[in-house]
Write a protein that binds this ligand. Structure first.
Ligand SMILES: *[C@@H]1O[C@H](CO)[C@@H](O)[C@H](O)[C@H]1NC(C)=O
Ligand SMILES: *[C@@H]1O[C@H](CO)[C@@H](O)[C@H](O)[C@H]1NC(C)=O
Ligand SMILES: *[C@@H]1O[C@H](CO)[C@@H](O)[C@H](O)[C@H]1NC(C)=O
Ligand SMILES: *[C@@H]1O[C@H](CO)[C@@H](O)[C@H](O)[C@H]1NC(C)=O
Ligand SMILES: *[C@@H]1O[C@H](CO)[C@@H](O)[C@H](O)[C@H]1NC(C)=O
Ligand SMILES: *[C@@H]1O[C@H](CO)[C@@H](O)[C@H](O)[C@H]1NC(C)=O
Ligand SMILES: *[C@@H]1O[C@H](CO)[C@@H](O)[C@H](O)[C@H]1NC(C)=O
Ligand SMILES: *[C@@H]1O[C@H](CO)[C@@H](O)[C@H](O)[C@H]1NC(C)=O
Ligand SMILES: *[C@@H]1O[C@H](CO)[C@@H](O)[C@H](O)[C@H]1NC(C)=O
Ligand SMILES: *[C@@H]1O[C@H](CO)[C@@H](O)[C@H](O)[C@H]1NC(C)=O
Length: 381
């Protein structure tokens, strides 16, 4: 497809930056608290700077026409962040990204009645509103916790022949790794936490980093990718394993419609999340069929972009790009349903049957019948 107008806007999905150890219950994915590190903030700032170079720089081929480049116009950008999943990590991450996207500028100033010009604090820091999505208010960004049917899916995955075979393959490695785990369970069901411990210690603990045999970090990552892909995907888009995508997609549909609606004015819709929605999104869009290596845990400060263009008949379409963390300096092109470009109406009609649009529908999909999110009232009990 040939675009006639330049970029209309972009929908972004970004992962948080480097953080301390993050334990999740292997059966329920209930998180414990963790903290973003200064490295994590730097990674997010780098991601924001990259996005600025793509979308807010007039000489870039992906420059968004009509966007305010230096002083943010808060009607052109909407930002939401998952407030679950370990406390403030994701909310704090999005602040770093936004600082890189719209850095401080002395143009962020105002001239008062008495003639004095006041520049915003910290050299013109710009404050961009972020919707904090609390899991105990709205399930859209953390839909897999407190979801009984998801827990059933996880236990069925752990009992499946394929999982048990993989656990058997991993057993010699996990036995060799055990002395390095500081007492943590080396059971394959605990594979996410095993990987996370190895990864975090490798980044932050000099003693650990020196002692760990050279291939162990990569092996942990390999098995954790298998484990998390099985947990956060499903054979069909509407399977409960894909719930992270099912609850995210309605906000993506709305953002795409707002970007293509010229009287709306939205140009950037950013959602800051954990690694889980990436896995589900790649599964439901079949992106990982064309690019099997993306099926797993994306690196910290990764981003997926759905760039919105119009063809010569003014029909809007999207193209999906991915940058895996800060070690990659540019996007790679991905496919959806085998195509590098997909019309927005086709994208929506492909996936609309698999979405969870309301809290009530979430309660039903999860068979959550308790007072959590008032499900008992919403679905009648
Ligand atoms: C205030 O911002 C305007 C642009 O909006 C700029 O021309 C001017 O130089 C700025 N003033 C100061 C004191 O930085
Ligand atoms: C103008 O008002 C601002 C805010 O009250 C104050 O900080 C500044 O000193 C005033 N300037 C003059 C020249 O009075
Ligand atoms: C690993 O954990 C699962 C689930 O808790 C359990 O069924 C299994 O027996 C454990 N395996 C080993 C080797 O301890
Ligand atoms: C760092 O790693 C060493 C070696 O595995 C371990 O004994 C120590 O407890 C770790 N330190 C922290 C703060 O986790
Ligand atoms: C989605 O994941 C399931 C495993 O949960 C797999 O069977 C299926 O092939 C995947 N679909 C795509 C399109 O990648
Ligand atoms: C387009 O946006 C305007 C302003 O937000 C809104 O009133 C209108 O309903 C939107 N149109 C469509 C088709 O969504
Ligand atoms: C993402 O980055 C990590 C860390 O650099 C790397 O190990 C992994 O292979 C990368 N995955 C993809 C799909 O590029
Ligand atoms: C892929 O694109 C081609 C050409 O634009 C189109 O005919 C086909 O229907 C698309 N396939 C899907 C699954 O969207
Ligand atoms: C969710 O919304 C989509 C439109 O965005 C619609 O096609 C679909 O039928 C709705 N699903 C349910 C279960 O209401
Ligand atoms: C839904 O949950 C209730 C208990 O809250 C249980 O009695 C029922 O069997 C569950 N239904 C399904 C289909 O799992």
């Amino acid at each position: 497809m040939v675009n006639s107008t330049g970029l209309l806007g972009v929908v972004l999905l970004a992962r948080h930056g480097d953080r301390l150890e993050f334990f999740q219950d292997p059966n329920t994915y209930t998180p414990t608290e963790t903290y973003l590190t200064p490295l994590g903030s730097v990674q997010e700032l780098q991601l924001g700077t990259f996005l600025r170079s793509q979308y807010l720089t007039p000489s870039s081929p992906s420059f968004i026409s009509g966007i305010s480049t230096d002083v943010v116009n808060i009607n052109q950008i909407s930002v939401q962040a998952d407030a679950g999943g370990g406390g403030s990590v994701i909310l704090n991450s999005v602040q770093g990204l936004l600082q890189g996207l719209y850095p401080p500028t002395t143009e962020s100033n105002i001239t008062l009645a008495n003639g004095t010009t006041i520049v915003g604090p910290l050299g013109g820091y710009q404050y961009i509103p972020v919707d904090s999505i609390e899991p105990n208010v709205l399930p859209t960004l953390n839909s897999f916790t407190n979801c009984p049917n998801f827990n059933t899916h996880v236990s069925e995955f752990y009992a499946s022949p394929a999982f048990l075979q993989e656990a058997q393959d991993a057993a010699p490695f996990l036995d060799a790794l055990e002395p390095y785990l500081g007492g943590r369970s080396n059971n394959f069901t605990n594979m996410y936490n095993i990987f996370d411990y190895v990864n975090v210690q490798s980044v932050h603990n000099a003693t650990f980093y020196k002692q760990l045999p050279p291939t162990f970090a990569a092996q942990s990552y390999y098995y954790a990718n298998y484990h998390e892909y099985g947990v956060f995907s499903a054979p069909t888009p509407n399977g409960i394993g894909n719930i992270a995508a099912a609850t995210l997609l309605p906000t993506i549909f709305t953002a795409l419609q707002d970007i293509t609606n010229s009287s709306n004015g939205l140009k950037i819709a950013l959602t800051e999340v954990s690694y889980k929605p990436f896995i589900s999104m790649f599964n439901v869009t079949q992106a990982d069929v064309t690019d099997p290596d993306i099926a797993g845990i994306v690196d910290y400060a990764s981003v997926v972009a759905l760039e919105v263009y119009e063809d010569s008949n003014s029909r809007p379409y999207i193209t999906m790009k991915f940058k895996n963390g800060t070690t990659e300096t540019d996007y790679r092109q991905l496919s959806m349903f085998g195509n590098t470009t997909v019309y927005i109406d086709d994208f929506i009609s492909q996936l609309a049957g698999s979405t969870i649009n309301t809290t009530q529908q979430w309660c039903q999909a999860c068979n959550q019948t308790s007072s959590w999110l008032s499900c008992n009232l919403l679905i009648g009990n």
